[in-house]
Design a protein around this ligand. Sequence first.
Ligand code: NAD
Ligand code: UGA
Length: 449
Amino acid sequence: MKVAIIGSGYVGLTTGVCLSYVGHEVTCVDVDPRRVETLKSGAVPFHEPYLAEMMRSVKLQYTSDYSQAIPEAEVIFIAVGTPSRPDGSPNLEYLESAARSIGENLGKEYAVVVNKSTVPIGSGNWVESIVRDAFRKKNNGQPENFAVASNPEFLREGSAIHDSLFPDRVVIGADQRHALERLYSLYRPLLDQSFTAPPFLQRPDGFGAVPLISADLASAELIKYAANAFLALKISYINEIGQLAQRVGADVQLVARGMGLDARIGTRFLQAGIGWGGSCFGKDTAALVSTAAEYHLEMPIVQAARRINSRQRELVVERLLGAMKLLKGKTVGLLGLAFKPNTDDLRDAPALDIARRLIERGARVRAHDPVAVELAQRQHPDLAVTWCSTPEEAAEEVDALVLVTDWPEYRELDWTVLASRMRNPLVLDGRHFLDAEKLTALGFQYLAV
Ligand code: NAD
Ligand code: UGA
């Protein structure tokens, strides 16, 4: 099938390579000409495991010209960003612009325009009206031949290819049967798992056919927000329990395991610590609250999850203050900048927020990340952080080290070497990730969030 994908970010590019891998003819469109040039040269514009290998194993077209992709496309995915506005509502300007450009370039054959971006409930109808208006304006009022569908994306950064090839489920939503049928055909190889898994990414043991949820537009759109908000509140819930655990002297990790082994609860997403960051949970919980407000509905559970998450970041500062008594003039080293391991994404990264809070209180901050240091430096030139290319450099003369991102390589650190660099052997583990016993035996004061 001929597929056009608008937006070559984490979602668009991953979707493009995976659909191409299972046999479709894919063209990726992005308005950023530098990004298109990077992609044409075979490079990946961000850090995502296996994406480069996948790009090398398929034939994708990259362009910033809609007219090269849209007229022939049978399915057109919109995968542009929908970031938060300051009031929490999603900024839909990229979506609007993409929909207009699609309408202006739509061909005569039936096409399905699919919202893969995370968009507020009702956006499907809104996109449809923009595409229709743009088409009619360009073609002097001739009737158009398209439908709009929703196909929310559930991939996680850092395991985007795995999640796309081996998804837990595929959700499609449309109010026209024909549109649903086309999406079903498109996804058939993934649903049936009839493709050979790439040599570098084996199919999980026992992985079978993928469940398909075929829904109306509004339900598909709500499924996405409801799923993200639930994952976010699961994390905030364990962090709330964690605060109590600390006060009563309980071990939150044991509590999480004891709870999670109840199959109705599940062990995943109960990792207590600094809390969630990234481009999704913050913005999507804010969008859900803001959409509900339009219907005069409060969402106290989702709001509480957001408050707890913000509190976890402040807790880092409080715990350091408690241990050091003073932050002014002290130096703190941060291990990890990306919002989670295996990505260089710094959107709503807790490390940057924590750095800002520490600097505001008069501390100096040094920071290391295995892949995101240069990007952090470029994106945040005003942040007065000493950017370090090794963990040892980040430990130089510090009064405390904070483990912010649970990168696997931080498990392999030589703590004797780090101790010799530090002014004071204090470690605050923001992810319950380090070996507390080992660190204590080495003479560190070990604290956990
Ligand atoms: P991103 O910022 O990485 O990429 C968006 C791309 O769209 C950029 O390359 C940008 O240049 C391009 N773009 C913007 N306007 C355009 C236009 N008019 N025409 C063509 N290209 C345009 O975004 P992302 O992280 O891939 O997220 C995309 C959407 O998917 C968001 O709504 C997000 O919430 C959702 N989502 C993201 C993830 C994730 O893990 N990142 C997972 C599921 C869903
Ligand atoms: C999340 C969802 O997991 C995806 O299903 C969804 O598609 C995506 O948002 C989206 O809509 O964009 P992502 O943000 O890439 O994916 O990363 P996660 O693995 O969910 O982690 C989010 C944050 O939660 C990270 O900062 C991570 O450190 C934190 N986290 C995660 C915890 O603090 N505890 C946990 O137990 C799990």
